[in-house]
Design a binder for this molecule. Sequence first.
Ligand code: SAM
Ligand code: DTB
Ligand code: SF4
Length: 334
Amino acid sequence: MSITLDSAPSTPRIAPHTPPSALRHDWTRDDIATLLALPFAELIFRAASLHRTYFNPNTVQISTLLSIKTGGCPEDCGYCPQSAHFDAGVPASKLMDLEPVLQAARAARDAGASRFCMGAAWRSPKDHDLDRVAAMVEGVKALGMETCVTLGMLRPDQATRLKSAGLDYYNHNLDTSPEFYGDIITTRTYQDRLDTLAAVRDAGISVCCGGIIGMGEDLDDRAGLLATLASLNPHPESVPINALVRVAGTKLDHAAPLDPLDFVRMIAAARITMPASMVRLSAGRESLSDEAQALCFLAGANSIFYGDTLLTTANPAIARDNALFDKLGITKQA
Ligand code: SAM
Ligand code: DTB
Ligand code: SF4
């Protein structure tokens, strides 16, 4: 007997035809805390069922990151090796020139990435730097790739400038719950982040917004992060879930290690609360086993960062990811 596999691409299956009312924006923190504490099999079954309602579960979108301006950042984010408040051995450098950025984008495209994400260690971009980033966005678009940038806080006019350059996604994370946030970052507020997200949304750019777990937050904080993300209307199109990469010299160097099954649970709860969004299994994959990553894909992750480095820290080698995809029968979204 021959078995035919559904080979539909990983674009939302029913999302374009789903009335917005089918997606909930009223998830309470208690609802989500209950989800996170479900018996594991129950949680994964619910998440996997929703995943295949909205997406082809055998397809994963891949993005490659490049740090276009590294280190020396004035913000004090406790997890970040690029903050000037810590000595994590990441020297500050200037904004890259256009040509090497395009060269890296071409290499990423040739390795199979469909989106190129450029990150800058800024509190917010200066207007003359934004012009240079806009040229990078135009150049990467011309290579036939989707574009994403993460540059810190944006004013509405800056978001509009990036939109006119052709920017597809802006990444700006809420990182954690409003209550725990002050333990991690003091130099910008939670509301500053929500304001940037509103500017990005209003400019017509797709929103990439998620957070980090493993920073010492409790289950209620994880629920609070997801409740805030899911209250955004529309939901962020892309939801990166990062596991803290503990970097020597940062404030969170000695945070307790995260149980990989808790990472899987967070992915599942993100999938259930924002079922039509891409859920990205982001930082932290380097220390996850193949089995733990397989559970994340089963729980609804359908996007990863691909390439040997994230911004400054290690990511699995491309050959390891390709071998994992082969083992799991996963294809890359074109
Ligand atoms: N400076 C910009 C900003 O903060 O908006 C953009 C770059 S910043 C490095 C992008 C995101 O990377 C952060 O919001 C955080 O969620 C994530 N990140 C940074 N360092 C991390 C770490 N050590 N482990 C996990 N995620 C991290
Ligand atoms: C996101 O949520 N994770 C990526 C991307 N957005 C920009 C960054 C992860 C950075 C991990 C630490 C580093 O490599 O410096
Ligand atoms: Fe700067 Fe972004 Fe790192 Fe915070 S996360 S210190 S804003 S580069």
